[in-house]
Design a protein around this ligand. Structure first.
Ligand SMILES: C[S@@+](CC[C@H](N)C(=O)[O-])C[C@H]1O[C@@H](n2cnc3c(N)ncnc32)[C@H](O)[C@@H]1O
Length: 325
């Protein structure tokens, strides 16, 4: 795991907007808690991720590694295996942050992040993986068909008792509505496309829904932004969160005449505490060898139902993780 990546940025994705969003939401903390609980219970069945040696983990579009790092320790505890993490991440800045964060974890043996496009046919250097996590990254596919190609590749590369986890915003919610209206993305709602791709491979998908929030500590700043320049220090973070929710740069939204509408649109969606719910879905896909075992699938299904019943408690606990914008 010593390959030196080419470090020029290949992402249109804005790390500053993403990090303003992370600071203003409980999304990463809650998602990591949900994934840790789900994996803990799935591993507890003795059916998944049971091998020896390192656990190879593919996380394309890993961002700054905050979410993955958050539950890596728990994953290590549940499996007794040390982790090797692989990724294709086009943002050189985020890739560097993820490398730093993940290689500092005592349970991690190697971090191989290639700065590049996970949707290119040449991506995915890991020969075989035990676990794949694709979190909020399939919005950026160049065309819908790419989803089925990537899901197929992942299914082929999973070890016999491996799992793939797909985490994206639930269709027809605030986030997908904002993406559909303001972003140039071709796939604002990947969840149905992932379901179709798994069905075409005759693989089951187990789904869990949960709801993180973004919080605007002072929603009045959204009104001020309609009159003032977004780079004023007290407004910049709020402007970046809006940009992240719309997945379009502030300057571009302004140039297209969409900025004021986007600010009003986000504002009208806030609850009385200044929070915007952003419901998400985890889709868990077992490896083909596991899917062929009917009894194993039944047992896994039962653990997912148990996990679902515990999610409200996790949502409640993570309410306080919100920090102000
Ligand atoms: C919303 S962030 C999610 C980051 C992380 N997975 C998480 O859930 O916290 C989207 C990530 O997808 C990455 N991304 C965008 N286009 C990509 C591509 N073509 N291949 C791989 N990742 C991509 C972005 O650079 C960014 O890190």
């Amino acid at each position: 795991m010593t390959k030196e990546p080419v470090e020029h940025d290949q992402s249109p994705f804005d790390p500053a907007a993403f990090q303003a969003f992370e600071a203003a939401s409980n999304d990463k903390a809650l998602t990591a808690a949900v994934l840790a609980r789900l994996l803990d219970q799935a591993i507890g069945t003795g059916l998944v991720l049971t091998g020896k040696g390192s656990l190879d983990f593919y996380v394309p579009g890993i961002g700054d590694g905050l979410q993955t790092g958050d539950y890596a320790q728990q994953l290590h505890k549940a499996t007794g295996r040390r982790l090797r993490i692989w990724s294709d991440e086009p943002s050189a800045e985020l890739a560097a942050q993820a490398r730093l964060r993940l290689s500092a974890l005592s349970c991690v043996d190697g971090v191989e992040i290639t700065v590049g496009d996970a949707f290119a046919p040449t991506a995915f250097a890991a020969p075989r993986v035990d676990l794949a996590e694709l979190s909020h990254m399939l919005y950026y596919v160049p065309e819908r068909a790419t989803v089925s190609r990537l899901v197929t590749t992942i299914a082929q590369r999973l070890s016999p008792n491996g799992l793939a986890l797909f985490i994206h915003d639930t269709p027809d919610t605030h986030f997908t509505e904002l993406l559909t209206r303001y972003s140039p993305l071709v796939l604002p709602d990947p969840v149905p496309a992932i379901a179709e791709a798994a069905a075409a491979l005759s693989l089951p998908l187990f789904c869990l829904n949960f709801t993180p929030h973004v919080r605007f500590e002072d929603p009045g700043l959204l009104d001020q932004l309609r009159q003032k320049e977004p780079d004023e220090p007290e407004l910049l973070n709020t402007a970046r969160v809006v940009s992240c929710l719309c997945q379009r740069g502030i300057a571009e939204l302004r140039r297209l005449g969409l900025w004021e509408e986007a600010l009003r649109d986000v504002r009208r969606r806030l609850d009385p505490e200044g929070r915007l719910p952003i419901p998400a879905t985890v889709q868990m896909m077992p490896a083909p060898a596991l899917a062929a075992d009917g009894q194993a699938i039944d047992r896994l299904g039962k653990t997912i139902i148990q996990t679902a019943s515990q999610l409200r408690e996790l949502e409640q606990q993570s309410r306080d993780f919100n920090s102000p914008t």
